[in-house]
Write a protein that binds this ligand. Structure first.
Ligand SMILES: Cc1cc2nc3c(=O)[nH]c(=O)nc-3n(C[C@H](O)[C@H](O)[C@H](O)COP(=O)(O)OP(=O)(O)OC[C@H]3O[C@@H](n4cnc5c(N)ncnc54)[C@H](O)[C@@H]3O)c2cc1C
Length: 420
């Protein structure tokens, strides 16, 4: 056994939540050790928002509660203590200016996630947080039924009165979130709701999606149907890939789709390519276009309704003769074109794995965590922050806000617990 060292608070994981927790505990008077298994901190933070870092979403609490799963009300106490305006003031105080974009998404003005990470790191080091890299926590140590410290993979033992577990989930494991945190918590007696990938691209049967790979459709509506029942719908942008479907609205609907697929239920995405036109308006449009293009082929007329690269695969899928002259298309065929434009179906065969999931659903059972302090109800002195808890949210900055709010509350509560 190697030399022991004494701290007030040990934070496990230097991701978004861990950095917020460590800095907050230090600001509240605690002597803090931050342990990170990777050679560098915040690897996932760096790739957020495609390297631009969508720091938060400037919506009100009620919108947050609509976007968080599976138990949004768990977040209310932490949001009451640290919410969007606190996040913005916090980063502004660190010298990081922000700007708001479409959908109330907030980014650093510099558009660089590296600046967010550097701001957090400087704040931690200036606050006296001691950060040690390549120090993976292997075991949480207990004494008289309380948290007492950690043992690392290198057999180093560190002692403190409080610990904050912020090891993240299981998605994008190359960033360091290997799922270690679940094992550590389980060994302390915690239950874990089975983690599953969320905000993840979906795989589908058939040849249409691969034929359209690379094509992005804007302003379309999709619906998720499970066992013949509509489960949800989204409007916005989607992308076709070699394996199936991706893009913002697909990711947003993926949570319900993954749950259905895990239960071996039949799941289908139905695409409305023309959501701005109802059936009557689209039929009138088709009558007009077919009339105007009487001497042209169907594939030419469809250029007025679909992106060029979509026309032939669309006709093949719908069983339409792209070479047929518009003047020869009868009412039944027109109806079929309309149905295909409004309801193009993709039966789902699966979902992509952890390497492509933006977030992990499942995690530490929330009923075992005090929502006001984020302290474990199983092991006093142990606190939680970030994605490791059974909380996940839609895209748009909601997930990082959970990391900031929970990091703040866990950091403050741990420092207070040490003092008391
Ligand atoms: C591609 C991508 C883009 C995203 N974009 C956005 C976005 O723009 N906006 C948004 O709100 N959310 C976004 N997210 C989600 C967001 O990144 C996460 O919700 C957030 O990073 C979770 O923070 P965390 O600190 O809980 O976990 P993590 O960031 O995963 O940090 C956990 C840390 O713990 C360390 N660790 C693990 N095990 C151990 C151990 N045994 N000992 C010590 N350290 C350990 C890991 O190395 C890691 O550094 C994105 C996610 C991905 C994958």
């Amino acid at each position: 056994m190697l030399e022991q060292e004494k701290y007030d608070v040990i934070v496990m994981g230097a991701g978004a939540a861990g950095l917020m927790a460590a800095g907050t505990a230090a600001e509240n008077g605690a002597r803090v050790l931050l342990l990170e298994s990777m050679p560098r901190p915040g690897r996932k933070l760096l790739i957020t928002g495609k390297g631009r870092c969508n720091i938060t979403n400037n919506s009100d609490i009620s919108e947050y509660l609509r976007q968080i799963y599976p138990l949004p009300k768990f977040c209310r106490p932490m949001f009451n203590r640290f919410f969007v305006s606190d996040t913005l003031s916090f980063f502004h105080r660190l010298g990081l200016m922000t700007l708001e974009e479409r959908g109330r998404r907030v980014f650093p003005q510099s558009q660089r996630s590296m600046d967010v990470l550097n701001a957090l790191l400087n704040w931690n080091t200036e606050g006296g947080v001691e950060i040690r890299y390549e120090e993976a926590v292997q075991e949480i140590l207990l004494e008289e039924g309380r948290f007492s410290g950690v043992r690392t993979r290198g057999e180093q033992r560190y002692h403190a009165a409080a610990g904050i577990l912020a090891c993240g989930g299981r998605s994008y494991p190359a960033t360091g979130s290997s799922g270690d945190g679940y094992r550590l918590a389980e060994e302390c007696g915690h239950s874990i709701r089975k983690p599953f990938p969320a905000l993840v691209p979906l795989e589908c049967y058939g040849k249409l999606a691969p034929a359209l790979q690379g094509l992005s459709l804007k302003n379309v509506r999709i619906e998720l149907w499970v066992d013949g029942k509509r489960q949800g719908s989204r409007f916005g942008e989607m992308l076709f890939t070699h394996f199936g479907l991706s893009g913002p609205i697909i990711l947003d609907l993926s949570r319900e789709a993954v749950e259905a697929l895990e239960q071996k239920r039949k799941a289908e995405i139905r695409l409305d390519c023309k959501p701005a036109l109802d059936n009557t308006a689209l039929d009138a449009r088709l009558i007009r276009e077919l009339g105007l293009h009487g001497k042209s082929k169907l594939k030419t007329m469809l250029k007025t309704l679909l992106p060029l690269s979509m026309i032939l695969p669309f006709c093949r899928e719908a069983g339409l003769d792209a070479e047929k002259f518009c003047s020869r298309i009868n009412a039944e065929e027109r109806r079929h074109i309309l149905d295909s434009l409004k309801d193009l179906r993709f039966e789902l065969s699966g979902f992509r794995g952890w390497n492509e999931a933006i977030i992990t659903a499942g995690g530490i059972e929330l009923k075992e965590v005090n929502p006001s302090t984020l302290e474990s109800k199983v092991l006093p002195g142990l606190f939680f922050a970030g994605e490791i808890m059974d909380l996940d949210a839609a895209t748009g900055g909601f997930n990082l806000q959970i990391a900031w709010s929970s990091g703040f509350v866990a950091g403050r509560s741990a420092a207070a617990a040490v003092k008391s």
